[in-house]
Design a protein around this ligand. Structure first.
Ligand SMILES: [Zn+2]
Ligand SMILES: [Zn+2]
Length: 465
């Protein structure tokens, strides 16, 4: 089967002209040359490929023999490697870094600089995600102003990190405790309040809304109506079948967790059928307890991985290590036996039914580090029967579509934002190749790897204050 970008040339001309028209300065050109290209579509890879980037957009992609590279382009040799779209994390938390206990994590932040430390934590998360090849992260729960501030600082180039799309605080009913307080969750008591809170978040400039579990059908409906008036999508954090049913029927755009591989028994066939027939996307966040716990039991050494340590400021790493000293006793993992009982059926029920599946991890939750959460989640999906190509598409093209960014993100083709990663080896042969990200390009700028890397991306964040 042949796969080329024959129709790309016309698009290319239009884009180049558009990009150059308003100002005299020619955009910077960057070419990634050599290697196998996975476009994000479920089609055969392009071998010996090249990608040409102008400014922050991709203008050509295809076999290297067909991509015309201008003389002034900076060339990055990617031969012998695999190129693919920047990964999208459909469920992350920048204010958490894998610490074991929210009841001590948030007070520790407060006691060590408060907002300044929170900013440092989020900068660390954003960089860890980026260096893991995650060029876009859907943040689903954080205090409003801090998360909007880090999002904007990254967009302005003040901080090197993943692109952040933020919900701010989630909307819930009757929630309490350290988690609700730390993540800034807001309680409502009526659908009118739910609507008003959604309006407030929209006015503040959030990118999407997170509706927690335990809301009524009318609450979800009020949130969806208000959010859609502002073109915002709604993600629901749902486990119990009744919550999933309410969220689905109220028109929530993305069903997050949905069982989380075992916190609820597998859903009824009717529930699965209705999700599939509605084409409603699910993000299972499978790995974070049901796999992370036994994987850590099998290899606790992962908690002291020196490569991970290098991506932390030392004092934050020390606090996280302290919190994980007796990790099997942590409250977060006390239902893991049941989750492990159901975990395989929990994921397979969606894979085997043909549900629209995105890919997200709840990264930042205990022992679920930003530097590795997404490839671990993808590996679980592959182990449970999803093809590597489909799993990569889920974490790129499908994720972009379900968050409403399909026009700009998720595939490598002319016109898209230039988010490209380069990994060692062939992830279609061994999906764990995604753990070895050599080069990261975001918005057309090389932020990890190679001599072309932007100086802001060096040195490693753990090294300095
Ligand atoms: Zn959640
Ligand atoms: Zn979450």
């Amino acid at each position: 089967m042949r796969f080329t970008f024959t129709c790309a040339a016309a698009t290319l001309i239009a884009i180049s002209a558009g990009a150059r028209a308003p100002h005299a300065q020619a955009p910077k050109r960057l070419a990634l040359v050599g290697g196998m290209l996975l476009t994000g579509y479920e089609v055969p890879p392009v071998h010996h490929a090249a990608i040409l980037i102008e400014g922050n957009r991709i203008v050509q992609a295809g076999p290297a023999s067909e991509v015309k590279i201008p003389a002034d382009a900076t060339i990055v040799d990617t031969s012998g490697r695999t190129l693919l779209p920047g990964l999208i994390e459909a469920h992350g938390h920048l204010i958490a870094l894998g610490h074991g206990n929210y009841e001590t994590w948030f007070p520790w932040i407060a006691a060590h600089g408060g907002d300044a430390m929170l900013m440092r934590v989020m900068e660390t998360s954003a960089r860890q995600l980026l260096f893991a090849g995650v060029t876009t992260t859907v943040d689903l729960g954080a205090p409003l102003q801090p998360i909007l501030t880090i999002r904007n600082r990254i967009n302005k180039g003040e901080v090197v990190g993943t692109r952040v799309l933020a919900s701010g605080p989630w909307i819930s009913r009757g929630a309490g405790g350290a988690m609700q307080a730390g993540f800034g969750g807001v309680n409502i008591t009526t659908p009118q309040e739910a609507s008003a809170q959604t309006e407030k978040l929209a006015a503040a400039g959030v990118d999407h809304i997170k509706a927690h579990a335990g809301l009524t059908f009318d609450d979800y409906k009020a949130i969806v109506e208000a959010a859609h008036r502002h073109n915002l999508r709604v993600h629901a954090h749902v486990y119990a079948e009744q919550d999933v049913r309410h969220a689905l029927e109220a028109g929530v755009d993305v069903l997050q967790h949905v069982g989380s591989a075992g916190t609820a028994p597998p859903y009824s066939l009717e529930m699965i059928r209705d999700i599939v027939n509605a084409g409603r996307p699910v993000v299972v966040t499978a790995a974070h307890r049901a796999w992370v716990y036994p994987d850590t039991a099998a290899f606790p050494e992962r908690l002291q991985d020196p490569e991970m340590k290098r991506l932390f400021p030392p004092e934050i790493f020390a606090e996280i290590q302290r919190s994980l000293e007796n990790w099997p006793a942590l409250g977060y993992f006390q239902r893991t036996d049941r989750e492990m009982l159901y975990r395989e059926r929990g994921v397979k029920q969606f894979i085997e039914s043909g549900a629209v599946m995105g890919m997200g991890t709840d990264s930042g939750t205990p022992m679920n580090f930003h530097s590795e959460a997404l490839w671990r989640e993808i590996k679980v999906h592959v182990d449970m029967g999803m093809s590597p190509q489909r799993a990569i598409a889920a974490a790129t093209r499908v994720n972009a579509q379900i968050i409403g960014k399909g026009r700009d993100l998720g595939t490598i083709e002319p016109g898209k934002l230039a988010d490209v990663i380069v990994v060692k080896g062939n992830p279609l042969f061994d999906i764990v190749a995604l753990s070895d990200v050599e080069i990261v390009v975001k918005d057309g700028v090389v932020l990890k790897g190679g001599p072309a890397a932007d100086p802001r991306a060096r040195p490693s964040p753990g090294a300095g204050k």
